[in-house]
Design a binder for this molecule. Structure first.
Ligand SMILES: *Cc1c(COP(=O)(O)O)cnc(C)c1O
Length: 365
């Protein structure tokens, strides 16, 4: 039996609807912004429960645009999680600022109790990350930001379809960023991203900046860039939106099943606490295990595509080491040695999950 990590062949097996929509898009000649982009923005605005949505090329673009909109520039510092994906820090650096990393808690989310110590006069923004589709303590982070007069950009790239206190990730801070990369809960056929905000001012600036700073065809208000989402991807992402609630439900059912069975191996496996009030997306199902590197080899040998996100945390990556930061993200480093990501996607069968649990049990006992 094979337990694949990559579910995209199943996701796009039945692509007739997409092709049909693409055909009418091609006929429409509406290739730049236009009705497909408007429609995706309107539908996601409703789904997120956020006033304004802007469709862009990637989650990375969404982060860069957000930072730019809040005026982040050279000399500024931006606080984020020590275990996040390269893009969060890369976007900060792309705006000329410096990423300042904060260690994570046992749920792999930024540890909000450690944020205050990292704030300096140069700090401008905090970027909490919904790492793996889990939920950071966003309430407390917003409180800290208010106290120090800082902005909050939520990196909810893995959080599409989740819930914190009945609200969608990305709708708590000043701006929320999303990605439709193949690893996330809604997938484009390639790259796409989005951001949301309730601020009209930010919305209007970002919308313009995304499109060369254009006021109209013949006038620009300021220098901008081209970060517009492709209508071809709007079609794909809208199909994904129709399924998202079901996808998240199935991923949660699968994660519960894995939790329940892996708890029997609690001498070897540590499952994070699950807060039933939140809805995690399980973009990644991650647990901490003993003898991680041996386990992953064993599972891969048995055709179970387990992965590691990531074996080398951001705080130990070459460009971060260069900052010579004396702060040590102990948990993030420890977790990078213990975490394993197991397939949890919506196309797994019960038999595949049983097989996976069986092999893990056999490895330990
Ligand atoms: C995927 C991801 C990004 C980047 O999104 P892209 O669409 O790949 O540019 C940024 N931050 C986090 C936490 C992500 O998971």
């Amino acid at each position: 039996m094979k337990v694949p990590f990559n579910y995209l062949p199943f996701e796009f097996k039945n692509h007739n609807k997409i092709i049909l929509e693409w055909k009418s898009l091609i006929k429409s000649n509406d290739y730049t912004l236009g009705k497909y982009v408007n429609s995706v923005e309107k539908k996601f605005s409703k789904f997120f429960g956020s006033k304004y949505v802007i469709a862009v090329n990637s989650g990375t673009d969404a982060l860069i645009l957000s930072l730019k909109a809040l005026g982040v520039k050279s000399g500024d510092e931006v606080i984020t999680a020590a275990n996040t994906f390269y893009a969060t820090a890369g976007a900060i650096v792309a705006c000329g600022a410096k990423p300042v990393l904060v260690d994570v808690n046992d749920n792999y989310q930024i540890n909000e109790t450690l944020i205050e110590k990292r704030i300096t006069k140069k700090t401008k923004v905090i970027i909490p990350v919904y790492w793996g589709g889990g939920i950071p303590n966003i309430d407390k982070i917003i409180k800290i930001a208010k106290k120090y007069n800082l902005y909050v950009i939520e990196d909810s790239c893995m959080g599409i379809g989740g819930k914190f206190k009945k609200r969608h990730p990305g709708t708590f801070g000043d701006i929320g960023c999303f990605s439709f990369h193949p690893l996330k809960t809604i997938n484009a056929i390639g790259d796409a991203g989005m951001l949301c905000t309730n601020s009209k001012k930010l919305y209007e600036w970002i919308k313009k900046y995304r499109n060369h700073g254009m006021r109209d065809r013949d006038n620009i208000d300021f220098w901008g860039v081209n970060m517009r989402m492709q209508p071809l991807q709007c079609v794909v992402v809208l199909e994904g939106l129709k399924k998202i609630n079901k996808v998240i439900r199935t991923r949660n059912v699968n994660a519960n099943y894995l939790d329940l069975n892996l708890r029997k191996l609690n001498k070897f496996i540590k499952i994070p606490e699950r807060n039933k009030k939140n809805l995690e997306t399980f973009a990644l199902y991650m647990v901490r295990v003993k003898r991680r590197d041996k386990l992953i080899k064993y599972l891969n040998k048995h055709n179970i595509e387990a992965k590691i996100h990531y074996p080398k945390p951001l705080c130990l990556q070459k460009p971060y080491i260069k900052y010579n930061d004396k702060y040590i993200s102990k948990n993030a480093i420890q977790q990078s040695k213990e975490l394993i990501t197991l397939p949890v996607h919506q196309y797994l069968s019960k038999d595949q999950m049983k097989f996976m649990i069986d092999k893990i049990s056999k490895f330990y006992i």
